[in-house]
Design a protein around this ligand. Structure first.
Ligand code: ADP
Ligand code: MG
Length: 339
């Protein structure tokens, strides 16, 4: 069973950026206002994520290894809202099968923090000694959770071999963090390489959207941003749509993936991307690419956000109409700009 679990885990987490994204979402779900990430060797040696969120109860630390046995499930009243969170309860358990993980966590209800060690999908003794007594260790600590993932894929050499270079894996991690830093208004996020003093990403909580985009994508993008809200449409299940796009005065020679969030999950949506690009066509000289950030809230019943960590392409009901509605609004916004 251990081998099957290990292989299954390697299908769920195929690169360090998948693990990082899942842990980042957990910190956001835990209502952290600050999240700090440290990465070594493209995430293969070390992925460390520290948040000031709700923490994990000592009694739940043993459950982290169990797929679907997540304490968070208890907070959901019905299956429908579970569906809105998509893929559930497998991410952390998978990571624990294919790396060495230490978790230090403290809730508001306890004086001390607790530290637990995991490897091979099990909670083990201090410093990963499998035979030592398996009990979370009380230690001093702040409210929140620190998860340290070391030696990802150490027991899946074929998976490790299929990865790109460390610097490419690192870029993917930074890309994911930057996107969440733009979308997650209430959260400050930092990221740096292990041993560096400078951060590649550093946002503070409650920065205006333009400031967040400036700090990730630079002043050229931020100074040409147009913020927008698209009218909701109940019949289509479109609850909210807003974002920020660059005016036709901005053009990048590099194609960039638009920053799309649906129901607060980072997604890709090729039909939406194509529609927005064509809305730009008559405004933007050929070979120039816009910056696009768009957040959609769609009736959870209509969305298939059962997004596997390795897949981000999302599907939803009334897709064509919603896309037309949004690209139409963007077209209007662009027409209003004086160039
Ligand atoms: P899911 O997020 O789908 O519930 P995960 O495997 O990602 O499943 O996480 C398992 C559980 O571990 C979460 O439901 C949550 O209770 C707990 N957890 C993980 N990370 C954190 C964190 N940073 N802060 C608080 N709780 C966490
Ligand atoms: Mg999760």
């Amino acid at each position: 069973a251990a081998v099957i679990n290990k292989i299954a885990a390697g299908e769920i987490i195929i690169q360090p950026a998948n693990a990082l994204k899942e842990m980042l979402e957990n910190s956001i779900d835990a209502e952290a206002s600050m999240i700090d990430v440290v990465v070594k060797d493209g995430g293969l040696k070390l992925l460390q994520i520290t948040d000031n969120g709700s923490g994990i109860n000592k009694e739940d630390l043993g459950l982290l290894c169990e797929r679907f046995a997540t304490s968070k499930l208890a907070k959901f009243e019905d299956l429908e809202s579970i569906a809105t969170y998509g893929f559930r309860g497998e991410a952390l358990a998978s990571i624990l099968h294919i790396s060495r993980v230490s978790v230090i966590t403290k809730t508001k209800d306890t004086q001390l923090a607790y530290k637990a060690f995991y490897t091979g999908g099990k909670m083990v003794g201090p410093n990963f000694k499998a035979l030592a007594p398996v009990e979370p260790k009380p230690i001093a600590g702040k409210d929140g959770t620190q998860i340290i993932v070391e030696d990802l894929f150490y027991n899946l050499p074929s998976r490790a071999k299929s990865l790109k270079s460390k610097s490419e894996e690192y870029s993917k991690i930074v890309d994911v963090i930057g996107r969440y830093a733009i979308h997650s208004a209430g959260v400050g996020i930092t990221c740096k390489k292990f041993g560096d003093s400078n951060h590649v990403i550093a946002t503070r909580p409650n920065l205006p959207i333009k400031e967040r985009i400036r700090s990730i994508f630079g002043t050229d993008v931020a100074s040409e941003l147009i913020e927008f809200d698209v009218e909701a449409n109940e019949a289509l299940g479109l609850v909210k749509a807003n974002g920020a796009i660059t005016s036709p005065n901005y053009g990048s020679k590099k194609k960039a993936q638009p920053v799309f969030f649906i129901n607060h999950r980072l997604v890709t949506c090729d039909p939406l991307k194509r529609a927005i690009n064509s809305a730009y066509q008559i405004f933007l000289p050929k070979g120039n690419h816009p910056f696009v950030y768009l957040s959609l809230e769609i009736n959870p019943k209509n969305v298939d956000v059962n997004i596997h960590p390795t897949k981000r392409e999302v599907r939803f009901l009334h897709e064509e109409e919603i896309i037309e509605h949004i690209s139409g609004a963007i077209h209007t916004k662009l027409s209003d700009v004086d160039t």
